[in-house]
Ligand binder design. Structure first.
Ligand SMILES: Nc1nc2c(c(=O)[nH]1)N[C@H]1C(S)=C(S)[C@@H](COP(=O)(O)OP(=O)(O)OC[C@H]3O[C@@H](n4cnc5c(=O)[nH]c(N)nc54)[C@H](O)[C@@H]3O)O[C@H]1N2
Ligand SMILES: Nc1nc2c(c(=O)[nH]1)N[C@H]1C(S)=C(S)[C@@H](COP(=O)(O)OP(=O)(O)OC[C@H]3O[C@@H](n4cnc5c(=O)[nH]c(N)nc54)[C@H](O)[C@@H]3O)O[C@H]1N2
Ligand code: SF4
Ligand SMILES: [Mo]
Length: 760
């Protein structure tokens, strides 16, 4: 594969036919999809990943209503006009035949068409009944990092302030919870301090458990551009598979699944031993921690690292000691800027928060943080996991903008802001995703409102929780834009939701960048924006006083008040500014403020006093210092044994989005890699007498299913990779629901399985 130069990229034609994309096997950025010239272009944001590319949707006005007919990248946004294949095909999802156009109610076991009136009456009646008979904690909301900020905010307020339960969680628990846990344990506040622009300045990229080339393609392009301009820049990838990302790396550490904590500790060991640590920076800006205590010393830390020799890490991880030394020297080299990037290979682990800590340690001990090109930078999965859910506080233990349920002062602040009597907010943190579905199983939770997520496919150990959702004893409401999905099929009521540019609202992506999605077209049939549906539910439950909003802009006004004075302050981000801007980065505490590229940095971040004596202040923690944590290698929850001798790894491919309700409705994408196949190493296949294309039965302690096997020498021997996009072949019947004790994020990446031949 030759390096795609920026010049070549710029000369790529705007793709004008679906045929160009069908069978598109390689990573490739595009400028858009313009089959016909529109009447007007509407500025908005890509529906898919946490890269948050700016797009324009081309709209044609017709007597029957406006239609989206074209899409192109926004050249003034960070993506500089580029989109990946998914983004370039976005408009096709709007008119897909699988769009849900009217409400459905389960009658005599079958979902049948119903009016909005009937559906909402039923939902409200069942919620009222559960709340009055079993208390507010018998109902719950399960949301999404893909819902708009205003939607999530209203759901959060309705459930916490109105109904009186903290049972508000969502799919970011399956995704970013460990990163959020990493940032809060190390810096006191969630969210990265760096920005995309750092990619243009870094000399070393340490990419851990992230397949950026397929999952964040436009940011990946930016790394390749940097590498082209600065050929001395190094890319290090730690991933058991030789992914499309690893294929471009200068150094690929193909670690044994779950054994990368040792590698990160050994890198620190080498950095310290070779005098590459920045002791002055550490003296001024760091403390050392172990367990939950932050009273350890630099000497304690050095003693802790002694055990993590490169040889020990090599034995743990199956990588070469000299490669680990090289990685450490590259990262630690004086005068070179270093950036770490990571995603689900790190977060979806029972040691997810610890891994986050170890990655952040490398930036802290080298002092490579808060400078252009030097930062730990967690890549966010979903387009609004940061803005809507993490910042907006829609996880079970959170309240909006960095506040915690468990903190009485934070509750009092929110009670005041929400006009509630003191003591109204429940002091008990709610149930987080896996616990929530277990409570549904046990009957503790009776009614569940699911919005913009498809847990019937995406939860680990899915059979167990699918049963709970389908049970006649539980009442499941699902708001989705498509039907059937693997969750709507289990629901008692399905509500048709407007999709993407059929409504207006804010998304916040990986770099604290908030951007407005403008409405371009009307939703089909009777579909309605989630915001409207939630406001109606609130009215029907008697909480209209708490929700005096006519539209998303009204909600935003309140959000600007609620974030004011917090570490997230973006109160200068008026609707008008968002409309004009091509993305704004917070903190942004006043109308005229330009926004903040690098958080915690004096002169950039308005929350650092301009006269602070040091160039950086980690104000998220009371002592203004970050924590370097000592975290030992621990084995994953399940390991290969004689009964289940292989390790199952699950994840994504470029062309598909999660449960493929959207990408699976685009014919050219559907034609590409939607079928889940078991990718296996040739040596394992030989041992099991398997040939490419054989049907195999793959089983874990939780379930089993038949799949086609495909030889792939890029995987590690002893492991199987299966993507989780295919609704017809649920890989989550096999995955484990064990989770990280701090973040409660499940270990999707590691489960023990066996593979048996069924047929040739
Ligand atoms: N095309 C596409 N892009 C997407 C998405 C999508 O569905 N499709 N979803 C978005 C979302 S929500 C998310 S969260 C991101 C996810 O983005 P990524 O995390 O990049 O994607 P994954 O494929 O889930 O997993 C990343 C890698 O983790 C590796 N891994 C597995 N076990 C280990 C281990 O023990 N150690 C290490 N170091 N690595 C390991 C896997 O081999 C895999 O290559 O993608 C976002 N972008
Ligand atoms: N095995 C395995 N499982 C995983 C993962 C993994 O790596 N491996 N990754 C996990 C991660 S990181 C994530 S983020 C989750 C994602 O898992 P999900 O969130 O369950 O997957 P999506 O397909 O994104 O679901 C979004 C749903 O919302 C619907 N929708 C789209 N737009 C709207 C809207 O505007 N309103 C409403 N109401 N509905 C809408 C879509 O049709 C779709 O059904 O999966 C998790 N599950
Ligand atoms: S990289 Fe992500 S945000 Fe950008 S076009 Fe692709 S899916 Fe959309
Ligand atoms: Mo995710």
């Amino acid at each position: 594969m030759s390096m795609l130069t920026r010049r070549k990229l710029l000369h790529l034609p705007v793709v004008t036919s679906a045929g160009v994309l069908a069978g598109q096997a390689e990573w490739m950025p595009l400028l858009g999809f313009v089959p016909q010239e529109p009447d007007r272009w509407v500025k908005t944001v890509c529906r898919y990943c946490g890269t948050g590319c700016g797009v324009y949707v081309g709209v044609r006005t017709a007597p029957a209503g406006a239609r989206a007919v074209a899409i192109k990248g926004d050249p003034q946004n960070h993506n500089r006009g580029f989109l990946c294949v998914k983004g370039a095909k976005l408009i096709e999802i709007l008119d897909a035949p699988s769009r849900l156009k009217h409400p459905l109610i389960r009658k005599d076991g079958r979902l049948v068409r119903a009016s909005w009136q009937e559906a909402m009456e039923l939902v409200a009646a069942r919620f009222r009944e559960a709340i009055s008979r079993h208390g507010p904690d018998s109902v719950a909301f399960y949301g999404s990092g893909q819902a708009l900020t205003e939607e999530t905010y209203v759901a959060n307020k309705l459930f916490r302030a109105g109904i009186g339960t903290n049972n508000v969680d969502g799919n970011p628990r399956l995704c970013m919870a460990s990163a959020a846990g990493g940032y809060t344990t190390a810096f006191g506040k969630d969210e990265p301090m760096g920005c995309y622009e750092d990619l243009d300045h870094a000399d070393v990229f340490l990419i851990v458990g992230s397949n950026m080339a397929e999952a964040h393609p436009v940011l990946w392009m930016r790394i390749l551009n940097r590498k082209e301009k600065n050929p001395a820049a190094k890319i290090i990838v730690i991933d058991p598979r030789r992914t499309r990302t690893a294929a471009w790396a200068d150094l690929h550490l193909a670690c044994r699944p779950g054994m990368d904590l040792s590698i990160l500790n050994a890198m620190a060991h080498v950095i310290v031993k070779e005098g590459l640590a920045d002791e002055e920076f550490l003296r001024k800006h760091a403390v050392f921690g172990q367990g939950t205590e932050t009273n350890r010393t630099w000497e304690d830390y050095r003693r802790f690292l002694e055990a993590y020799t490169p040889e020990r890490a090599a034995a743990d991880s199956g990588c070469r000691a000299e490669d680990i030394v090289t990685a450490a020297r590259w990262f630690g080299a004086r005068g070179r800027e270093a950036m770490s990037l990571w995603t689900m290979g790190v977060n979806q682990r029972t040691q997810g928060v610890w891994l986050n800590n170890l990655i952040m340690n490398l930036s802290l001990i080298t002092g490579k943080i808060g400078r252009p090109g030097s930062t730990p930078f967690s890549l966010t999965g979903q387009p609004n996991a940061c803005g809507g859910v993490r910042d907006g506080g829609a996880l079970a233990h959170l309240l909006p903008y960095g506040r915690l349920v468990a903190n009485p002062q934070h509750r009092a602040e929110m009670e005041k802001l929400w006009g509630l009597p003191p003591g109204r907010l429940s002091p008990n943190p709610g149930l987080s995703a896996v616990d929530l579905f277990q409570a549904l199983e046990s009957g503790e939770v009776k009614c569940l409102y699911v919005m913009c997520t498809n847990p019937g496919q995406s939860l680990p150990n899915a059979n167990r929780y699918r049963k709970a959702m389908a049970s006649p004893d539980t009442f499941l409401v699902v708001a989705d834009a498509f039907h059937p999905t693997r969750t709507t099929e289990l629901a008692d009521v399905v509500l048709p939701a407007a999709l993407w540019v059929e409504k207006e609202g804010v998304y916040g992506c990986s770099e604290r960048r908030y951007q407005l999605l403008e409405k371009a077209v009307d939703p089909p049939g009777e579909a309605r924006p989630d915001l409207e549906i939630l406001l109606e539910l609130g009215r029907r439950l008697g909480h209209e006083n708490l929700l005096p909003f006519r539209n998303a802009a009204d909600v935003w006004e309140e959000i600007l008040r609620v974030c004011r004075g917090t570490a997230y302050d973006f109160s200068g981000m008026t609707r008008e500014r968002l409309r004009e801007a091509h993305g704004l980065l917070w903190p942004l505490p006043a109308q005229g403020h330009p926004g903040t590229k690098r958080r915690y940095v004096r002169g950039e971040d308005p929350l650092v006093p301009p006269d602070h004596p040091e160039p950086i202040l980690f104000y998220g923690r009371p002592d203004g210092r970050a924590v370097v944590w000592m975290r030992d290698q621990k084995a994953p929850n399940e390991q290969a044994d004689t009964e289940y001798p292989l390790i199952l790894n699950t994840g994504r491919v470029l062309e598909h989005w999660h449960t493929a309700t959207m990408t699976g409705s685009v014919p050219s994408l559907k034609a590409t890699r939607l079928e889940a196949v078991a990718e296996m190493h040739p040596a394992d296949m030989k041992r099991l007498g398997l040939a490419d294309g054989d049907t195999v039965r793959i089983s874990s302690r939780r379930g089993s299913r038949e799949l086609t096997v495909k030889e792939n020498e890029n995987g590690r021997e002893g492991s199987v990779f299966i993507h989780f996009h295919d609704p017809g072949r649920l890989v989550n019947e096999l995955t484990i629901d064990a989770y990280d004790p701090v973040s409660r994020e499940p270990e999707f990446k590691i489960a023990a399985v066996k593979v048996e031949k069924v047929a040739r």
